[in-house]
Structures are given as C-alpha cells and as structure tokens.
Design a protein around this ligand. Structure first.
Ligand SMILES: Cc1ncc(COP(=O)(O)O)c(C=O)c1O
Length: 398
C-alpha cells in the first residue's frame, strides 16, 4: 500500500550517520547575504579566469574535432592532456612522470573519494594533518575509516609523531598537503619532506600528496615534491582548478601502476570518464596560451592580498591572536586566545558584515574551537581592508 505523501521512511546506508556535520550549507547561505565580505569560502578569484581564451579554445575544439568531442571516451583521460601534464611535471618539478602514470579525474576532489574507496576498509586508519583539509575528511568519511591526525611544527608534520603513528596505528595512507596547506597556509620545509619520505619508506604506509596549491607560490618557485623520494609509495594529485578554472572540473592523480589500475576501475564504475569536451578545451587552452606566465600573475596577485591581510591583522588585531605566514596558496589561519571561541567570532562576524571560517570542521578533535581560516584569494584589496576593519571590531567586542 502506498504511503501518504511525505511520510516515507528512507533507509540510508549507515555511513550517512557517521559523516561529520556539513558546514557548507551554512556558509553558502551566509555568503549569499548582500554586503557580507566573505573570507570564509575557498574560491579562486573569478575575475582572473581567462574567459576569452577559454572561449577561443572551446570554438577551436568544435572546429577541429566536431562530434568526436561529444562522444564517450576512455576512462584514463584524453591522452594529449595527460602528455601536457607529464611534460609539466618535468619542466616544473624535474619529475619523470609517464602519461600512462596519470589518470584524469573530475577535479582532484574525485581523487580523494577514489583513494579511500580503493584503499580502505571500514575502521582502517587514515593519517591526516592537524588541521586537515575539510573536503578530504568529508570524502574519506564515507568509507568509515578511523582518523588520526599529526600536529605540525614550523617545518611540517612532526617526525616523532609520524613515526609513532606509523608504528602504533599501521595507517593505510598518510594524507598531506606539503604546499600552502588548506586550511593553515603552511608549507613543509625541504628537510622535512625528506624526513617524512624516509619515515614512510620504512613502512608500507602510502603517501597521498595533495598538490592543489603547488603552482601558487607567491615567489613563482616550485618546491620539491615528496613523491620524488617515494615513487613507489607516493600518490600525488594535481588540479587546474586554482590556475585556470574550477568549473571545468579537471584534476588528476599520479600513482604507481598497480594503484593506478585500481583507480581506473573505480573511476570507470563511478562515472565512466571525465567530461571529454572539457578535457579537449583544457588541452587546446594549454597548447595555445602561456600558462606559466598566467600562473605567475595569479600567484603574485594572491601574494599581494595575503601580505595586505597580514599587515592588517598585525595593525588591527590584538597581539594575542596569532597568524600563520603563507608563502603561497589561498588561506591563512588565526589562532585565538584561550578565552575566545571560533563560533563566537563567526556569529558576531556575520552581524558585523564579515564571514570567517571557524576551524572546527578541519579537526577530528576540538582544535577548531580556537582557530579560524581566512581566505584571501577571492576578495579585492578594498574588500580585504573593509573586511579586516569589521573583523577588528568583532575582536574588540569579544
Ligand atoms: C587541498 C585541496 N585539495 C583538493 C581540492 C579539490 O579541488 P578540485 O577538485 O577543484 O581540484 C581543494 C579545493 O579547494 C583543496 O583545497
């Protein structure tokens, strides 16, 4: 017998009950309020997207390839695009990565989902940084792992803690963001990269190196990837989202052959392949434009905004509020004095017309009560000035 409308009881998978609460709905709601200056989100600056260049690339895909661009394709991704990514690994980082070691994905976010899908069983240990990227915690959580998190010092993840966790927890993989981490903005030192690789190489724990921000160093210089020291144990994801356009949804993973094979099977089951048209447009765009120069321009712009935000933090906020000093990326992090709660700052900020991201969803414990993430990529200099003045008023009141 049919249920009366609106009374059906839905049977969800049990993982739905163990997911962390979602902050994003609240954030999107808040960001839509007119006149709010938002440092809470994580968007690249849309005014830096090369709309004309991408339009031309799109037209030439239709002119040159017609209906081929609208057909199904193979799961691994458009070969010419993988060749460009492979060449850029060599030119940027001196890494020899064969195009066959690369799987194109629907944004690097998909790599997070597929990694946990192919590598973990429920209750397996995943090691993350403390704080860690919210999108990774959310993606991994669907597979019901058990998380541990490692504190950083000024150079990156604490080596003694890493050793201990590897010995005591036997994690399947360690997920880290060595370049301009989201949310902290911190970058691992060269020395720490080697130490982390050395520690991992004595175990069978894989490294997942998320390189979403590696092309956004303000000084335009690349840092050495940890994967260089761990080719057989390293997965490394990359993305065109931050340097070209996130809406095209093109990211990738580089992984050792056996892992890549598992990725390929999981990707095929999930969505057959990434959008071919989008991959071809991206390829045309990369072939016809000086992407390295464009990337340097974007990174330099974000660097100016970051420096402005830091100057204003130091001028307007109390010395008891500490901040990280990013050398790239899109975020920095504030640590509040013990008496202040990040949710309080968030709520008062909204009343004052400025949105910040409480640290809470970046922690698997209560560390986020005293931290706040600020985004500097999506606001103009004027907005940063006004927004930080508003934030200063919030801090003076609390
Ligand atoms: C650290 C990190 N990894 C991965 C992603 C996913 O990006 P995309 O799927 O657009 O490549 C993001 C997005 O902000 C991110 O901050």
């Amino acid at each position: 017998m049919a249920h009366p409308e609106g009374t059906h009881t839905y049977r969800f998978a049990s993982c739905m009950n163990t997911l962390p609460p979602s902050f994003l709905d609240e954030l999107f709601r808040v960001s839509a309020v007119p006149d709010i200056i938002s440092f809470a989100g994580g968007l690249p600056d849309a005014s830096l997207f090369d709309v004309e260049g991408i339009k031309k690339a799109m037209e030439s895909v239709f002119d040159d390839y017609g209906s081929i661009a609208l057909q199904y394709t193979t799961t691994d991704g458009y070969r010419p695009l993988r060749e460009i990514i492979s060449r850029r690994y060599y030119s940027r980082l001196g890494l020899h990565v064969n195009p066959d070691e690369i799987q194109i994905l629907n944004g690097s976010q998909q790599a997070l989902d597929l990694t946990a899908k192919i590598l973990t069983n429920p209750n397996d240990k995943i090691l993350i940084e403390r704080p860690g990227y919210l999108g990774a915690i959310e993606a991994f959580s669907f597979y019901r792992p058990s998380f541990s998190s490692i504190n950083p010092d000024t150079e990156g993840p604490d080596p003694a803690e890493l050793k201990n966790y590897i010995q005591s927890d036997n994690p399947v993989f360690f997920y880290g963001i060595p370049n301009s981490q989201n949310p902290s903005g911190l970058t691992w030192s060269d020395k720490r990269r080697k130490e982390v690789a050395e520690i991992l190489s004595e175990s069978d724990c894989l490294l997942y190196e998320d390189d979403a921000f590696g092309e956004l160093f303000f000084d335009g210089k690349a840092r050495e990837p940890v994967m260089k020291y761990l080719p057989d144990q390293g997965l490394m994801s990359g993305s065109f989202s931050k340097i070209i356009a996130p809406g095209l949804r093109i990211g990738w993973i580089r992984a050792p052959p056996q892992v890549l094979c598992a990725f390929n099977r999981a990707k095929q089951a999930a969505d057959l392949h990434s959008n071919l048209f989008s991959q071809m447009v991206m390829t045309q765009y990369l072939e016809k434009n000086d992407i390295e120069q464009r990337t340097r321009m974007i990174a330099a712009k974000y660097g100016e905004r970051c420096r402005l935000m830091i100057d204003l933090i130091e001028d307007l906020l109390s010395d008891s509020i500490h901040h990280t000093i990013p050398s790239g990326g899109m975020f920095l992090m504030l640590t509040l004095p013990g008496s202040m709660h990040s949710m309080n700052v968030f709520e008062h900020g909204i009343k004052e017309g400025v949105a910040v991201m409480p640290g809470i969803p970046f922690y698997i414990d209560d560390g986020g009560n005293s931290t706040i993430r600020l985004n500097f990529s999506a606001s103009s200099e004027t907005q940063i000035q006004i927004g930080m003045e508003r934030l200063a008023r919030v801090f003076h009141r609390l």
